[in-house]
Design a binder for this molecule. Sequence first.
Ligand code: NAD
Ligand code: DAU
Length: 361
Amino acid sequence: MRNLLVTGGAGFIGSNFIHRTLTERPEVRIFNLDALTYAGSLENLRDLPDPERHIFVQGDICNRALVDRLLLEYNIDTIVHFAAESHVDRSILGPGQFVQTNIIGTFTLLEAARQAWLTEKRLPIDQVRFHHVSTDEVFGSLAPLEPAFSETTPYAPNSPYSASKASSDHLVRAYLHTYGLPVTLTNCSNNYGPYQFPEKLIPLMILNALEGKRLPVYGDGKQVRDWLYVEDHCDAILAVLERGKVGETYNIGGNNQPFNIEIVSAICAILDELLPESPLTPHDQLITYVTDRPGHDRRYAMNIGKIERELGWRPRESLQTGLEKTVRWYLEHPEWVQAIRQTGDYSTWIDKNYAQRGGTK
Ligand code: NAD
Ligand code: DAU
């Protein structure tokens, strides 16, 4: 792993991955292909360690000529594919872009890799890797007592987002089996931490609470997610790139299963402790139950036994320590928050997603 093409590296997880990899792997050069959609920002890439080893290219993963050129020009030996449309609520209101980016984009990257590595054989086959970053949502929804998802759980995606990710996972698998492209795939649970765009549950709740806005909990708030601190996810991907077996998939998760309402209450309690003088304390007075997400998956849980056993990876951060770090990070970076909210269509999105939901205490 010398010349790494990271797609979607200006987004939440991709930018954390770049920070971490530049810090921990001094031999690696990173070429970051990102279209800078509403979810991507160069603000996430300020203060990179050793920035001369990071080259940013603004562009679309669906642009085959551009991807071909990058693979050739930079002699790319490893692709880590994060770029995607990633927000379930947006996929419900506008699924087309999810099909385009998540399916056609992944197909385009696979075709370019096949051409460079299998047809033209630019590098020894045992020195190249296509790593696809996917989600636990492809497995569908669990009943309360059902065992956690494992790597062999059948796919049953329920939203346009998860269906498009499942589709991209199947393409990745097909390129391994049909053409022998050296791939690995990870399915990860809900991430949180620095640089997460504030449309997702945790940063949305932190920022709304700081401003005294309502904290909109969907439905009864008893949905369950498995939360993972983003740096743990980045370490897991590095472990798979370096020690994972070609052709394998690995589940990644945080080993916890709180109700959504417990997460929101925990954020409020952390803010109460950090800001005891705030007139908004206790912040849980802002919690408001609103109309549920259509087709809302009830419960996700990840069995991470395989990656623990085979690669020796396990999450370092507990949910409590991870949440504390995250809340502090948002408190300490008001300039990032301001810049991120000014770009893209943040307030338009908030109006579109929340205006019709009503709300009761
Ligand atoms: P994000 O929405 O924060 O970032 C996505 C990035 O991709 C942005 O920088 C955006 O500009 C870029 N992008 C979008 N379309 C593009 C295109 N056509 N060409 C090039 N770049 C494009 O997403 P994230 O939360 O960082 O998620 C990254 C990956 O991890 C996604 O594949 C997602 O499905 C997966 N994942 C996310 C989570 C999570 O909790 N956030 C959990 C598991 C898996
Ligand atoms: O499970 C992995 C997935 O986690 C990733 O693949 C997705 O990219 C990522 O967005 C995330 O999907 P979720 O839909 O689980 O994340 P989100 O933060 O949107 O919502 C988390 C839970 O909180 C979910 O049950 C919906 C609920 N929620 C969300 C928002 C934005 C609320 O109750 N209120 C809200 O305002």
